[in-house]
Design a protein around this ligand. Structure first.
Ligand code: ADP
Ligand code: MG
Length: 372
């Protein structure tokens, strides 16, 4: 059985029109002789009735009394609705399809609610269904833990569902369909002339994703890389090839990917830089332990002789500052910072790269607070 996994993100399943465009890609795959496992995200973006962030609003997002386990019951509903709607659309178009929740598709996860990891996928039921029908639609982002409780996989979790299903089913390809034409040299919403990268290695994409290029989740790339399953990042709305993510030529002669100096520029916005006065080495350790104990993860850490500086996501600013102040630390807060990363295997060791970056930013009067 030739299997292909096709994942459609929130904007791709947003309306009847976009679902129709998604349909064309599925239909084409079935015509090419594939059994298709479709993975869907929740419908639309914040403001749309069943989008993940809208569902969160129902319980007042921040001050909820719900446990993480109960929040997962709510969050998983977005993908469940999307799965039923999408399956209905396929059936109406005359395609044999069956819908599955993550649990019904055999996805077993850890019990880390809101951020669960996939442990294994029991593919028996999916494979049996695919003997009868051409398409199985699976709700992304969700699974079941050993207690039978619904879990969700964290932001970008449908990408991970798709990659893990691809590996478990031995799929020929995992296609990530989205609203842009592949992995690009920068976020096209910000850099107008960003170019689509036709072929990239797992490493390049994984680095771009880790540094903030949110077109694909880094965990999904890692899962595909371990099993060397080729991934394609493609536009739902266009017929282009998008980006093929595969191994480098020395590990897989089939693909002609050359190491390049710079793959692209990735960014993360809405960061706060916090500088903490730490007169002695003891104090440094105390500050780090305090934050680690509270599960606050820090990025861009700079350790100086009398102070440490790091960034946290904007929404963690108050909690972080309050914790430090309560222990008597003096803190300085810089809000609305961004982290810009130049991603490329060839950069290390090339002289003058930092100088070029610094002067490019200076030209635009952008202040630099930290470099690493
Ligand atoms: P989906 O809902 O389909 O998962 P996402 O919003 O998660 O879509 O990811 C697609 C978005 O990723 C694009 O609209 C684009 O703005 C953003 N993006 C950020 N960096 C990049 C990049 N380097 N290449 C392509 N898209 C990028
Ligand atoms: Mg996404």
């Amino acid at each position: 059985m030739k299997i292909i996994v096709q994942k459609f993100g929130g904007t791709s399943v947003q309306s009847a029109e976009t679902r129709q465009m998604a349909f064309r890609h599925i239909e084409r795959a079935t015509q090419e002789g594939y059994k298709v496992v479709v993975v869907v995200s929740a419908i639309g973006r914040f403001g749309d009735p069943y989008a993940t962030d809208t569902l969160l609003e129902l319980i007042g997002a921040k001050g909820t009394k719900l446990s993480n386990r109960e929040q997962d019951m709510l969050l998983s509903v977005g993908e469940t609705i999307s799965c039923a709607v999408f399956t209905n659309m396929l059936k109406e178009a005359g395609i044999d399809a069956v819908g599955f929740s993550g649990g019904q598709a055999g996805i077993r996860t850890t019990s880390d609610h809101l951020n669960a990891k996939i442990l294994e996928i029991d593919t028996k039921r999916l494979l049996k269904a695919l003997e009868q029908v051409s398409v199985a639609v699976v709700a992304g982002f969700q699974g079941l833990d050993e207690l039978g409780d619904i879990t969700t996989l964290g932001r970008g979790g449908s990408d991970t569902s798709a990659a893990a299903l691809g590996v478990a089913l031995g799929a020929d390809y995992v296609d990530i369909f989205t609203d842009v034409d592949g992995m690009m040299t920068a976020d096209p919403r910000i850099v107008e002339h960003a170019k689509s990268l036709p072929r990239v290695s797992y490493n390049e994409v994984s680095n771009m994703a880790y540094q903030g290029a949110k077109v694909i989740h880094p965990r999904a790339v890692e899962i595909a890389m371990m099993a060397k399953i080729p991934m394609r990042i493609r536009s739902t709305y266009l017929d282009g090839e998008g980006t093929l993510v595969a191994a480098l030529p020395h590990t897989d002669g089939h693909f002609d990917i050359k190491e390049r100096l710079v793959t692209g520029i990735a960014h993360v916005t809405n960061l706060t830089q916090i500088t903490v006065d730490t007169a002695s080495a003891d104090k440094q350790q105390e500050a780090f332990s305090l934050l680690a104990d509270q599960g606050i993860s820090l990025d861009f850490i700079n350790i100086g002789v009398t102070s440490i500086a790091f960034t946290v996501p904007e929404e963690k600013t108050k909690k972080t500052a309050d914790l430090l102040k309560a222990e008597g630390f003096l803190v300085e807060i810089k809000e609305r910072c961004a982290k810009v990363s130049i991603v490329g295997a060839g950069i290390t060791g090339v002289p003058g790269v930092t100088a070029k970056i610094v002067s490019a930013l200076a030209k635009e009067h952008i202040k630099i607070f930290a470099v690493c």
